[in-house]
Write a protein that binds this ligand. Structure first.
Ligand code: GDP
Length: 358
């Protein structure tokens, strides 16, 4: 799938840069353009990407703090400039646009839904969000911001692929210490998903096509991605259990959103050397994904790669009814109640639902 990436805010910029570097290192050519947008000038300076500074008249390059309403406002005010900066990059060959952001901060949290809406108005290709959800240990402000941002993003983007900051970092590391490792994991896993259907030599019928990613995300809502890999035998017949076990791990312990299992739709991609991929293993794994997710729409395909490992990527669409999201939204509601109100006495009579950002 050929994509254009727009990273917003600090996390958005860093994750975008990691995705660009992974795609270049692997020589996939899936990332066709990338831009980083921020209201904080120093965060842009550390990136090796084309950049757009927004909100200069309001915050003078100093960022919006954790104020995601201000983040939404400055993106709205400067949307034209941001849209102009990507105009030449979204050519006929782009299959999708990804807006990348941490949902717990200010600029990315507020700016991503605004930009997703603007992009959706102008371009006919799908506009997806890649959102980083704050970990459980991050403060109330992050949870409250992410709740509002997510609610609005789900409305504005064609689908929102979520990565929980608790999901892909090593045991014993705090989220902060683990940023680089998490970003690298996101780059590798999401990068492989984007590249599947791109780097295909000797196209066999079993090879995954990038339109299957789009079809899996067609229902909209929240998506998650699972990943696991293992060393494979040169003889495919020996790898039947390897394929089923990496698929189980990808879905049960390797997802970007822990506990997201029940899904509307799924795509199982087995990446590795074609000669090592056993058809029987792939069929069994796919039947297992069908049973486990309860989805009637499980697509599948191979991603041929030179490697002595086999990897399973499981893209899940429509996971918003899962336990993890329910638990997160509850936390976000609680956090929003704890936020100081803006002094309007009518506010206290407001219902307890999470507010939209705009
Ligand atoms: P913004 O610059 O105002 O958009 O704010 P940030 O991008 O710093 O958003 C804060 C949220 O993103 C928090 O939940 C942080 O834990 C998370 N975050 C910040 N930097 C990174 C990063 O490099 N990687 C990851 N995975 N999360 C990050």
């Amino acid at each position: 799938m050929k994509v254009v990436l727009i990273g917003i805010g600090q996390a958005g910029g860093k994750v975008t840069q990691a995705l660009v570097e992974f795609d270049e290192r692997m020589d996939f050519g899936a990332v066709r353009g990338a831009v980083a947008v921020n209201s904080a000038q120093t965060d842009l300076q550390s990136l090796d990407l084309d950049t757009v500074l927004i909100g200069q008249d309001r915050v003078k390059g100093h960022g919006v703090g954790g104020d995601n309403e201000l983040g939404a406002e400055v993106m709205q005010a400067d949307a034209r400039e941001v849209m102009d900066s990507i105009d030449g990059r979204i050519t006929a060959e782009a299959d999708a646009i990804f807006v990348v952001a941490g949902l717990g901060g200010g600029t990315g949290s507020g700016g991503a839904p605004v930009l997703a809406k603007e992009l959706g108005r102008v371009y006919s290709v799908p506009v997806y969000a890649l959102g980083v959800l704050p970990g459980r240990g991050e403060g109330a402000m992050y949870q409250a911001n992410a709740g509002r941002s997510l609610k609005t993003l789900v409305r504005e983007a064609d689908a929102t692929l979520l990565v929980d900051n608790d999901a892909w970092h090593g045991a014993g590391e705090s989220v902060g210490e683990a940023y680089d490792a998490i970003n690298e994991a996101i780059a590798q896993r999401v990068g492989l998903l984007l590249a599947s259907g791109e780097a295909v030599d000797g196209v066999a019928e079993s090879v995954v096509d990038s339109s299957e990613v789009i079809n899996t995300l067609r229902e909209g809502g929240i998506a998650a991605l699972g990943y696991a890999n293992a060393k494979a035998d040169p003889d495919s017949a020996e790898n039947v259990n390897t394929v089923t076990s990496v698929t189980r791990k990808a879905l049960l312990t390797g997802t970007s959103l822990p506990d997201a299992v029940t899904a509307e739709s799924a795509l199982l991609v087995i990446a590795g050397d074609s000669d090592r991929i056993p058809r029987k293993g792939v069929e069994r794994a796919r039947a297992w994904v069908e049973e486990e997710t309860g989805s009637m729409q499980v697509r599948g395909g191979d991603f041929p790669l030179e490697s002595d490992h086999l990897a399973a990527l499981v893209l899940l669409g429509g996971v918003e009814r899962g336990k993890r999201i329910e638990e997160f939204m509850e936390r976000a509601r609680e956090a929003q109640k704890q936020q100081p109100d803006d002094g309007d006495p009518a506010e206290q009579f407001k219902n307890e639902e999470i507010d939209d950002l705009f």
